[in-house]
Structures are given as C-alpha cells and as structure tokens.
Design a protein around this ligand. Structure first.
Ligand code: MTE
Ligand code: MO
Length: 253
C-alpha cells in the first residue's frame, strides 16, 4: 500500500460531522465553513439549514414518540456528505447490479419488495460514538442479489455507489455473503425515509454505521476492495463494531 493510501489514525483523522449539529465540533462557524470549502471533511455543515428543516417537519406531528430519537436525545443523527440529495421513490428508483457478474440487471423498488424479505433487529453504532438500541431493518439479503447475479470467479469484492453522487462503500465478497447484510427498504418497521437513505440503503449489521450506505443505487462486483468515501479519509475498511477504528464498543451483532 502506498503512503498516500495508508489510513491515518488519531486526532488528525478527519471525522464525520452530523449536518444538523453544527455545534458538535466546537469550532466557530466561519472556520468550519472554511474547512468545508477546502474539502477537509466539514462539507456537511453547509447542509445544516435544509436538513434541520427536514428533521423538524419529519417530527412535527409525531404521535409515536419518535422525538426521543432527535439529536442529543440518544438517537440517530442524519448524515450526508453532499449538500443536497435528489428524492427518489417507487416511480424512479433503480438499483443496478453489474461488474463481474453473469447476469447484470436493475431492480425497481417493487422488484426488491417482491423478493424474500429478512428483518433484523440490532443496535446501530456510529464510529463517532452514538448508538441506537434495537433498530429493525428489513429488506432483501445482499447475498440473495449476488446469487441471482451470478458472481464470476474473478469477483472478490463489492463496491457500493449512491444516488447522492458522492458516497461509496465496499465489502469483501465473503463479508457481503453474510446473512446479516441487507439491501433495506424498511427501518423501524416503516418505509425508509429520505433522510435515512430511502427508498433503499445498505444495512451492514455487524459494522459501524458508515458501512450502511444511504441512497443506494449501485452494487458492482470488483476484483479487489476499493475503499469507500470515509475509508479514503482514514476510517478502517473492515469496520467491525468493537474491533476497528481504535474503538472498543460492544458488538452490535
Ligand atoms: N450516502 C451516504 N450514506 C451514508 C452516509 C453519508 O453521508 N452518505 N453517512 C454514513 C454514516 S457516517 C452514518 S453514521 C450513517 C448515518 O445514517 P443516518 O443518517 O440514517 O443516521 O450513514 C452512513 N451512510
Ligand atoms: Mo457514522
């Protein structure tokens, strides 16, 4: 591995910033905007007003008690590395499987819902520290889609791409075949909302949540692992909860 690609560790490692929580870094807003402009990992802060509004409207009339999941309430934080993401739904969503497969194809949302469904309930753990207990995800096993596509013998890894146009992720083929990795269209027993990566995101139960790529649009079988967005910025490629990124969180699965 050449030096430019070796993971950085420790305090100088770029960190995610939840766009709805501009106070998180403690730095003055001007400085963070400058860092974002320079492409140093703070770009998400530019999206703060939009995402905050989205968050408020999402929880505006909330009879279900989900307000307990608001930021700093011990729940989810919304992340996006881009300032805006197109909205997609059953009418225009497509998931493409290609690369080193015998049968490349594209799935609609209805196609994915018609396949065998798996529901998994585990904790969610972000590498920045927040954890959400017992969160149901439902969808199609990634292994099912890979089997249907017919992975060629040269295929050793998967590259995931997203319709935000920027985020990417990766898994080894061996990891991708685990039964607790889903192409998910439901979360918390509801259709996956836009802010959580809907209509379809990846869900990688045993790994830090950055592996669970939101707004999933492409699954490409490759010869070698190509590190994803945060992995290019220092995060571990093998992101097992409690055994990577210098953290010792309890496993999620
Ligand atoms: N497309 C995309 N997927 C993404 C991210 C992102 O910025 N863009 N952030 C990742 C990170 S670091 C985390 S913790 C989770 C956050 O998911 P949530 O916004 O549903 O809480 O999404 C992961 N998947
Ligand atoms: Mo994260």
């Amino acid at each position: 591995m050449n030096p430019e690609q070796s993971p950085r560790r420790g305090a100088d490692r770029p960190r995610e910033r939840p766009p709805e929580d501009p106070e998180a870094s403690g730095a003055p807003i001007g400085r963070r905007l400058l860092l974002g402009t320079l492409g140093l990992g703070a770009f998400g802060v530019l999206a703060a007003p939009t995402l905050q509004r989205g968050l408020e409207s999402l929880f505006a009339d909330d009879p279900t008690g989900l307000t307990g999941l608001l930021p700093n309430g011990g729940g989810f934080r919304y992340y996006s590395v881009t300032s805006s993401v197109p909205h997609k739904d059953a009418s225009n969503y497509r998931l493409t499987i290609d690369g080193l497969v015998d049968h490349p194809r594209s799935y609609t949302l209805a196609d994915l819902k018609a396949l065998p469904q798996t529901r998994i309930v585990h904790d969610v753990q972000c590498v920045t520290g927040w954890r959400v207990p017992g969160t149901p995800f439902q969808g199609v096993r990634l292994s099912h889609l890979l089997d249907a596509a017919g992975v060629q013998t040269k295929g050793r890894a998967i590259r995931f791409t997203c319709f935000d146009g920027a985020y990417t992720e990766s898994l080894t083929l061996q990891q991708a075949r685990r039964p607790d990795i889903l192409v998910a269209h439901r979360m918390q027993d509801k259709p996956l909302g836009h802010n959580h990566g809907g209509p379809v995101r990846l869900y990688v139960a045993p790994m830090y949540f950055y592996k669970s790529a939101k707004w999933l649009s492409g699954i490409t079988v490759t010869e070698d692992v190509r590190p994803g967005y945060w992995e290019d910025r220092g995060y571990d490629v093998d992101a097992w909860v409690g055994r990577s990124n210098g953290r010792d969180d309890a496993p999620t699965s």
